[in-house]
Ligand binder design. Structure first.
Ligand code: FAD
Length: 414
């Protein structure tokens, strides 16, 4: 019988893998199962151009639906996998049917971390949102109207991008962050302060070091009317027309753990994207993988990672062994400014900036033992390429030359 690869999750990683298998000449059946109504699509525009109304739905799709037919990929949208039976090598679907696999790839991504506050149990709130899917954006769009007050809980990239879109659409925006500065887990104070100023100039208000105490609901418990919080010990109440929660992601690992596979902040895989079961792989946001860059294990939430991890899995499934040597990178767009980040700055000893912070074109390099371990590049795409090479080279650098914009960065990366 023809071999079958079943991919669970028709998102960025699942879609890339299905296409990658065909590109590598895989001759068996490829089934791509997704519980959303859409073919695989890009999520980054959900908090950027699509939310702003500048991008059509079809532009989000990685490929038009017909392309899957052309590549002989059996795409089944609206199809949820409920369980894995490893003894019979079958998955059970939401409609009660079962589907056999020879190889199974979990590309289940994650879901927005819900707000956990007393008193919200059982409430179905029509103006409390998160942004993970097309349907999330479609649900909130009608409330993104001029004059409405949007309260955003969480000062990470998704919250900040949504804030940028909202002010451009004429909403009033207040962003609440528990840490003393924005993006504190992923960037240095210099960049946090730059981003804060960028948003303040556009009218976004911030409450930093702030604890959300509760949501005030209407009598029917359908609408949030206000948010109560404490900021530096001072209680405050903010009225709200809508609330957006951007406090991170929970990886979708339940299928794997129910099937007895190891889960530890993601489905545990080896350098070839394999779980301990030789017939089951996991890729993308849901997977915890070894990292050649950190020397430890890592779970990444980014498009470049989803694409690279799909490539690794496709090679494994084709009988090759090609682990990843990629360095994590990510981008964000706020008010038309492109921010690009490479590496992880955790544990850095020194930050060197290059260029004019006021001119909104500068880079921040994070060093440890005089080696650049990470960089944040604002509005300088050409410099980003050199920054990537610099991080990859692990070479020790002269910090004076690094901070001097007259010295081509590429020379230091050579
Ligand atoms: P996903 O794309 O989430 O796909 C997983 C799919 O699996 C989903 O469709 C899910 O519904 C489905 N699924 C889950 N369980 C089941 C099941 N049991 N049965 C069937 N289907 C199932 N990254 C960047 O690099 N740059 C950015 O600027 C950026 N911006 C972002 C903005 C937003 C608003 C969001 C939400 C993400 C952003 N990301 C960005 C992250 C990036 O989109 C993700 O890292 C990427 O989509 C991960 O791909 P994935 O395939 O692992 O997961």
């Amino acid at each position: 019988m023809e071999e079958r690869i079943v991919i669970v999750g028709a998102g960025q990683a699942g879609g890339e893998l299905a296409a990658g298998l065909r590109k590598q000449g895989y001759k068996g059946r490829v089934l791509l199962l997704g519980d959303e109504a859409h073919p695989p699509y890009q999520r980054p525009p959900l908090s950027k151009g699509f939310l702003l109304g500048k991008m059509a739905l079809s532009d989000l799709y990685l490929k038009p639906r017909e392309t899957y037919e052309r590549f002989d990929i059996e795409l089944k949208t609206g199809t949820r996998v409920e369980a894995i039976d490893r003894s019979t090598r079958e998955v059970s679907l939401g409609d009660g049917s079962r589907l056999a696999y020879d190889k199974l790839v979990l590309a289940t991504g994650g879901r927005a971390r819900p707000l956990s506050l007393p008193g919200l149990e059982g409430a179905r709130l029509e103006n409390l949102f998160s942004v993970r899917s097309i349907s999330d954006v479609e649900a909130m769009r009608g409330r993104f109207v001029p004059g409405n007050h949007l309260v955003i809980i969480g000062g990470g990239y998704v919250g900040l991008e949504a804030a940028a879109v909202a002010v451009q659409l004429g909403l009033r925006v207040t962003l609440l962050e528990a840490a003393p500065r924005l993006l504190s887990r992923v960037t240095g104070p210099e960049v946090s302060s730059f981003i804060e100023q960028l948003h303040r100039q556009q009218g976004v208000e911030f409450r930093l070091s702030c604890q959300v105490r509760g949501l005030e609901l209407d009598e029917a418990r359908r609408q949030v009317r206000g948010v109560s919080l404490t900021c530096h010990g001072v209680p405050e109440r903010l009225e709200a027309d809508l609330v957006l929660v951007g406090i991170g992601l929970l990886p979708n690992t339940e299928l794997a753990s129910a099937a007895g596979l190891a889960v530890d902040n993601g489905i545990v895989v080896d350098a070839y994207a394999c779980t301990a079961d030789p017939d089951i792989l996991a890729i993308g946001d849901c997977a915890n993988q070894p990292s050649a860059y950190t020397g430890g294990r890592i779970r990444l939430e980014s498009v470049p990672n989803a694409i690279e991890h799909a490539r690794v899995a496709a090679s494994t499934l084709m009988g090759k062994r090609e682990p990843s040597a990629a360095i994590p990178w990510f981008w964000s767009d706020q008010y038309g400014l492109k921010l690009q980040m490479v590496g992880l700055s955790t544990g850095y000893e020194q930050c060197v900036t290059r260029g004019a912070v006021e001119g909104k074109e500068f880079s921040a390099f994070y060093l440890k033992d005089r080696r650049v371990i990470a960089a944040d590049v604002m509005g300088r795409p050409a410099e980003f390429m050199a920054a990537k090479r610099l991080v990859a080279s692990r070479a020790q650098v002269d910090v004076t030359l690094l901070g001097d914009p007259a010295v081509p960065l590429i020379r230091l990366a050579a």
